[in-house]
Write a protein that binds this ligand. Structure first.
Ligand SMILES: NC(=O)c1ccc[n+]([C@@H]2O[C@H](COP(=O)([O-])OP(=O)(O)OC[C@H]3O[C@@H](n4cnc5c(N)ncnc54)[C@H](OP(=O)(O)O)[C@@H]3O)[C@@H](O)[C@H]2O)c1
Length: 330
């Protein structure tokens, strides 16, 4: 395993494995025995960075979520897991009632929600302090200052370590960080966005915005990260939920990938995979891990075998020529 530091403040920054484990479907689609086997193998291989949310996975059973955090709490207790494993969770996108979703009825990011939801996450996970807490989606109904101060209060109290943000337009991230910096408060340092080798069109309307996809690691976001190397990009759904390796009809890439760059990139990917003897998924992960901009891929697995495949990608170093070929395909 390889490691990297997230955060800057010596009191809250953490060293984490470069491969993060997504627990989104643990406790719903993925049964407990399988989830525990994946978690155990991940830790055995040196993995130390697990991702969940207070709303995972509400859409699986029409509830409000929390099953993933609860399963992680049971796993932590049964294995005696302590501070050595960093668990990140999120709030803001939990539906306020069963049968609703984050689109029509989200909890949002008021100071009250931040305080109360973080406490419930700590209870479910069995943790005195959340290592990393993200704002899951934007809440434009609450003044940004209230959200920034709400998160900072929890850091000051010691119930939260690092702060992160997901699915926000880059300008909103910058504005929140500027408010925090001006007030001498901790700001978002870990940015979690959808990012993979294939480029997704970010201009198509989505359920979160008519202007496009705020959750996509846009060129704007990538340039922001290059200018601010103290920030970390965590890339969610880096394997496009299995679409690289499933048949088109089983896992269609969808209209956001229906552009001229996709076939060019898929051809380059398959070429490099054949040369290295690695799988397409492994080349995608190696490309993310070894780039100029450090990225932590956050991968989901439904079996230990899938996890093994991703673990092997951590040691796959692409040559500069292979990287140039992959980067050059558009
Ligand atoms: N911040 C956010 O808004 C957000 C959004 C989405 C996800 N996330 C986080 O990111 C994590 C990962 O996301 P994700 O699960 O959506 O996407 P992903 O990591 O791109 O895809 C994971 C899926 O890919 C398939 N897969 C992996 N290896 C495979 C192999 N060797 N052969 C065939 N299929 C393979 C599996 O599908 P099967 O299960 O069908 O086998 C697996 O569940 C989540 O757990 C969550 O923590 C965050």
């Amino acid at each position: 395993m390889r490691y990297r530091t997230i955060g800057t403040d010596p009191r809250t920054r953490r060293e984490v494995s470069v491969l993060a484990l997504g627990a989104m479907l643990f406790g719903t689609r993925t049964d407990e025995a399988t989830a525990f086997a994946i978690l155990d193998r991940y830790v055995e291989a040196g993995g130390t960075f697990i991702d969940t949310s207070d709303n995972y996975a509400f859409w699986e059973n029409g509830g409000q979520g929390g099953e993933s955090e609860e399963l992680l709490g049971r796993w932590r207790r049964s294995r005696g897991v302590g501070n050595e494993i960093v668990i990140a969770t999120k709030l803001g996108a939990r539906p306020l009632a069963p049968g609703t979703s984050y689109v029509d009825n989200p909890e949002g990011l008021s100071a009250k929600v931040i305080r109360e939801s973080a406490e419930r996450s700590r209870d479910r996970l069995g943790m005195d302090r959340l290592d990393l807490l993200y704002a899951h989606i934007e809440d434009t109904t609450v003044p940004l200052r209230e959200t920034v101060e709400g998160f900072a209060e929890l850091v000051a109290e010691g119930t939260v370590g690092l702060l992160g943000v997901s699915n926000h337009w880059t300008w909103r991230v910058e504005r929140a960080r500027a408010i925090a910096a001006a007030a001498g408060l901790p700001g978002y340092e870990v940015l979690q966005y959808q990012h993979s080798y294939l480029k997704e069109r970010a201009d198509l309307p989505t359920e979160l915005s008519p202007h496009g996809s705020p959750g996509n690691a846009s060129p704007d976001l990538i340039s922001y990260l290059h200018e601010n190397p103290e920030l970390t990009l965590v890339a969610y759904s880096p394997l496009l939920k299995g679409a690289y390796v499933r048949s088109d009809s089983d896992r269609p890439l969808g209209p956001a990938y229906d552009h001229a760059g996709t076939p060019a990139r898929l051809a380059a990917l398959r070429e490099v995979a054949a040369e290295t003897g690695a799988t397409v998924n492994q080349v995608v992960l190696a490309w993310l891990l070894g780039g100029e901009l450090p990225v932590i891929p956050l991968v989901g697995f439904s079996s230990v075998a899938q996890l093994e495949e991703a673990l092997a990608a951590v040691d796959l170093d692409l040559t500069p020529e292979q990287r140039a070929r992959l980067d050059g395909a558009h």
